[in-house]
Design a protein around this ligand. Sequence first.
Ligand code: AMP
Length: 420
Amino acid sequence: MKVLVIGGGGREHALVWSLRKSPSVTEIVAAPGNGGIQPLAQCVPVDVNNVQAMVNLVAIEQPDLTVIGPEVPLALGLVDELEKRKLRVFGPTKAAAQLESSKAFAKAFMQRHAIPTAEYALCTTLDEVRESLGRFQLPVVVKASGLAAGKGVVICETRLEAEKTAAEMFSGVLLGSAETEVVLEEFLTGEEVSFFALCDGKVAVPIAAAQDHKRVGEGDTGPNTGGMGAYSTDGLLTPAMRQWVMHNIAQKVVSGMASEGTPFKGILFIGLMMSPRGPMVLEFNTRWGDPETEAILLRLETDVLDLFNAAIDGKAQELTIRLKPGASATVIAASGGYPGKYASGKPISGVEETGDGVVIFHAGTAIKDGQLVTAGGRVLAVTAEALDLRDALERIYTRMKTISFEGMQYRRDIGHRALR
Ligand code: AMP
């Protein structure tokens, strides 16, 4: 069968790599793909922010299945457009993707369905922000409601700072476009864990827990990024806690969305804070996370195609998702200057397969005149699995020494919380 994968980052490389292992998959098209995907799939250029262009591409390629990686096409309703045409597609509809694309929607939904999350106030004007701020202790969290590529959350130490942040979100200064809804949220403390579940519209089944590192600097310092590394271990959540999260969060989300007439199909990524009051939802993503996916898919033993089919056909309950026991991790090699300004087009060396079991997923690369070059802030996701997290990381960091491109930076402390 022929599969079309939409997107061109490390997550999509990992999805294509997993699909390649499926005996049923004969052909893969990636749009737009990247330099690492190119040897595994036919890459065709497409603007993932343009629904019509993607619908046209599907009409031309006629895949048996379309898998959507990034959040923007989901929020724009690509799944709805393909389902209207009776095509098989993995991912949530526009209405269901609101769990990620609108924090205002997600917070109200969680309140309606008694899903544990921080106290909040939804504000549409600066006056409302000023009025509501009195209800919160400091620090207070100010969030843009819409998609903001990881830049829409600011933790504010003073009310003045919170007001200023909200004003900048409303005016468009902070995010480049004006935000109409701002969420104020109670500041929570604790360990953060992400949990991934597969949902088929009625039932949620567990995949794995992971933890990522958002800050650019070692010791979790410096500005936020799309993610500088992640790891997944069996021990991140106890079996009892995993069951609790499935029962009290994941299944409640799927049942709640079904009861509201907007069934959720696809990957539910739950960002959790393990607070002293118990696990609380920080956010939902409605797709595979990046770079957690690179680490998780390396451990996946079940055919990834079975996951997609089970979600689409409402058969998740019949599926057992098996992961290799132990741990996996991924470390991002990023361009110098990222997450600020960075240069592209730098030749990359040392990414050839060496038989050391390390898999290098490409996040932002391209092939120019036969040469692999950098083409993004996050360039490579260097990934390994082992029975023990320490071993997986050791293999990754040994391999890191052989990879190079001008300005390459990476964190040397991925997984430090688990190792501690
Ligand atoms: P979000 O996009 O909502 O997951 O927020 C991004 C990051 O901001 C999270 O991973 C947390 O580190 C932090 N954050 C978000 N909400 C809160 C909160 N209510 N309390 C403390 N930290 C938060």
